[in-house]
Design a protein around this ligand. Structure first.
Ligand SMILES: C[S@@+](CC[C@H](N)C(=O)[O-])C[C@H]1O[C@@H](n2cnc3c(N)ncnc32)[C@H](O)[C@@H]1O
Length: 228
């Protein structure tokens, strides 16, 4: 199979047009994120690495005043259509263009696998939260990333690309949360479902994947709050 390996910026520049196609990782992750968002009072919300605006749209729908930040101009241009009502700005998780302590709710969906270490980004995200504010972070599960799940994608013209995922074990998250003054309230680990296996080409690869990975964790979703 021909596959072009790209850096993160290059990957999302060419993935943007098909990013909103069905995605088994999002199918597994989204109900957990929505469950953690349920019941939160509407306020100021930040969507870090908002991509095409999937979580911004959910936050706007729940009545929050939303700012979305992402490094990819191409992903943001889709977010403008998907999440009208959100303010969308270019920016990096390591230097967010957001004032200290101004956010009631922050989400960061499926993005920290693209940075090599999470201590600095989690401290930077925590900086934007008010005391008592809620942070929900999802990512590909480290078991999946460590056993070969990279960020594969198919462009509109059928060509394939990939950017590599970094592995962040739960222990790294726990340390980063603790150093940033964040308290863990809940964690969810949605599992690999049949739709993930069905995405693979028919035959031995699919049969092997069914035996090897069905039922293993696919996403890791944290709900934490800022002390105070
Ligand atoms: C898998 S997509 C997730 C998009 C969206 N959060 C969602 O869950 O649908 C990962 C996103 O992270 C963004 N990203 C990667 N590295 C980033 C960084 N250092 N700062 C901000 N955004 C980043 C990419 O441009 C991409 O839009």
């Amino acid at each position: 199979m021909e596959l072009e390996e790209l850096d993160v910026l290059g990957a999302y520049a060419s993935w943007a047009e098909t990013y909103d196609d069905p995605n088994p990782l999002i199918e597994a992750e989204e109900p957990a994120v929505e469950g953690f968002l349920e019941g939160l009072e509407a306020g100021r919300a930040l969507d870090v690495a908002c991509g095409t605006g999937r979580l911004s749209r959910i936050l706007v729908g729940a009545g929050h005043e939303v700012v979305g930040v992402d490094t990819s101009g191409e992903m943001l241009s889709h977010a403008r259509a998907n999440a009208p009502g959100a303010s969308l700005v270019l920016g990096d998780v390591r230097r967010l263009p957001i004032a200290d302590g101004t956010m009631d709710v922050v989400v960061c969906g499926l993005a920290l696998t693209h940075v090599s270490t999470i201590q600095e980004p989690i401290a930077e995200i925590a900086r934007t939260l008010r005391q008592g504010g809620r942070l929900i972070i999802s990512d590909i599960h480290p078991v999946a990333a460590a056993t070969g799940a990279q960020a594969f994608f198919i462009r509109g013209d059928g060509t394939r690309g990939v950017t590599r995922n970094h592995v962040h074990w739960p222990g790294e998250y726990v340390d980063a949360f603790r150093s940033a003054g964040l308290v863990i309230d809940a964690v969810a680990e949605p599992l690999v479902g049949e739709s993930f296996v069905e995405e693979m080409s028919e035959g031995e690869t699919r049969d092997a994947a069914r035996v090897a990975i069905l039922g293993l964790p696919l996403a890791l979703v944290w709900s934490v709050h800022k002390e105070g």
